[in-house]
Design a protein around this ligand. Structure first.
Ligand code: SF4
Length: 210
């Protein structure tokens, strides 16, 4: 499993200001204006609580911005997910059809280097992105096939996973709650919170064909 389990989180040493957890965070989730059109995604649940803690050392990084800058074209995966791109059987294309596979592979290596240098305990990444997605990504978007979602990670998340780094999507609310309780023992875990792949939306969208 690419996410840390409840038992793993329990077993990790509790972070302190002198020995904080090192976390990698998608730049846009940190609040950096590095989305394709310069937007950020800093409005997600639990962000303030995470970034407000002295028990974490957060490294924000945007792999696409590192390669192509911002603003840039929107790209998506075609022919498979991030693991398939790493294995050479899927590609990364912009809406205009330009092949960005090589650039995305370089972006993934840069993100991995950042994560290794920072000795991150866990990466919290923006889902749906062709780079950072960890549960759900597009299989195409505005180029055919139109707006079809697929299970699986983007290229950068897949690279981190293959390197043994735990990855959590910001929509994995159950795991995020468990991480936050370890970071801040006053945090009350929502007993009804579920990870993204347990959500009604996910189960409905990806339900097996009958
Ligand atoms: S999802 Fe990842 S690649 Fe996309 S803007 Fe955020 S940090 Fe950058």
């Amino acid at each position: 499993m690419h996410r840390p389990s409840a038992a793993e989180i329990d077993a990790w040493p509790s972070p302190t200001p002198d020995a904080p957890w090192s976390l990698l965070l998608s730049g846009c989730l940190h609040g950096n204006a590095c989305g394709v059109d310069g937007t950020d995604y800093g409005g997600w649940d639990l962000r303030a609580r995470l970034l407000g803690s002295k028990n974490v050392d957060v490294t924000p990084f945007c792999p696409e911005d590192a390669i192509w800058g911002t603003p840039r074209a929107l790209c998506d995966l075609h022919g498979g997910n991030g693991f398939d791109v790493l294995d050479g059987t899927a590609r990364v294309l912009t809406e205009a059809g330009e092949d960005w596979t090589a650039g995305m592979l370089e972006a993934a290596q840069r993100m991995l280097a950042v994560a290794m240098r920072a000795r991150v305990r866990v990466a919290i990444l923006m889902d749906i992105s062709a780079a950072c997605g960890s549960q759900v990504i597009y299989l195409g978007r505005r180029t055919a096939p139109l707006k079809v979602l697929q299970r699986g990670p983007g290229v950068c998340a897949a690279t981190l996973m293959r390197a043994g780094i735990k990855v959590v999507a910001q929509r994995d609310l159950k795991t995020m709650g468990l991480l936050l309780r370890k970071i801040d023992p006053t945090h009350v875990v929502d007993a009804h919170a579920r990870d993204y792949d347990q959500s009604d939306w996910y189960r409905g969208y990806f339900k097996p064909a009958s």
